[in-house]
Design a protein around this ligand. Structure first.
Ligand code: CA
Length: 236
């Protein structure tokens, strides 16, 4: 299972507990915080897959934190759902303008929230969902953590699996090593860029017997690209 870590920022303990329980039972890893300062400390060390953000918080407000997240290159792509008692149209607009991707009004249905999280991840971070992906006959199943191609089961280590999942959900674009560290490793602060090359090499080795290693291309001086079949491209 490809686990997505959700960071919640909610100062009301009862709501924070409801979030934790429901997100955990939906299969997510949860980090609960109750103010922006705590959340900032979390984001310094890991890049969560998604943020659930209350509007009214002691100290810094939710929208201000959303702006901070959006203005930092390292965190700018994290999907954010604003969770708030404010239900006026202008509040929703302000929340969306601050950089939130979705808006859920309290009292909320946990089931609906989970459905919105899934929809948002599918749209913004398909590598964090359980949806199976297929490309030129190479198939990856996140729910069972299996990969197959040309009727063969392909065995991958956890990092290689994550890397392939990211490549398969983001084909035909060049990814720099720093970008891959951010999105596959969760951060590039503590890991060297050379690490990416090591794992790409391992992934290529694991794919060689099925011929799918050809889908990974090295773009000199930049990084790596994974060939997708979407644009009617021939198999390389
Ligand atoms: Ca609050």
């Amino acid at each position: 299972m490809n686990q997505c870590t959700i960071l919640t920022i909610e100062d009301e303990p009862a709501i924070s507990d409801i979030l934790r329980l429901n997100l955990k039972s939906a299969g997510y890893e949860v980090i609960s915080t109750n103010n922006v300062k705590q959340a900032e400390n979390v984001v310094k060390t890991i890049i969560p897959g998604l943020i659930i953000l209350d509007w009214m918080l002691p100290g810094t407000s939710g929208p201000t934190f959303a702006k901070l997240i959006r203005n930092d290159k390292r965190t700018q792509n994290i999907p954010i759902i604003m969770l708030t008692a404010k239900s006026l149209e202008e509040d929703k607009i302000e929340g969306l303008n601050a950089g939130c991707d979705d808006y859920v009004v309290k009292p909320f249905s946990p089931k609906e929230l989970v459905a919105r999280i899934r929809a948002l991840l599918r749209r913004r971070s398909p590598e964090l969902t359980e949806d199976a992906v297929s490309n030129f006959g190479l198939s990856l199943y996140p729910a069972t953590r299996t990969v197959s191609g040309n009727k063969q089961e392909i065995t991958l280590g956890p990092k290689e699996f994550k890397l392939l999942h990211y490549f398969m959900t983001h084909t035909d674009r060049v990814h720099s090593r720093a970008h891959l560290l951010n999105h596959v490793w969760g951060d590039h602060v503590f890991v060297e860029e050379r690490t990416v090359d090591v794992h790409v090499r391992r992934l290529r080795q694991a794919l060689t017997s099925t011929g799918f290693h050809k889908l990974i291309q090295t773009v000199r001086g930049v990084g790596y690209k994974f060939i997708g079949e979407q644009n009617n491209q021939p198999f390389p």
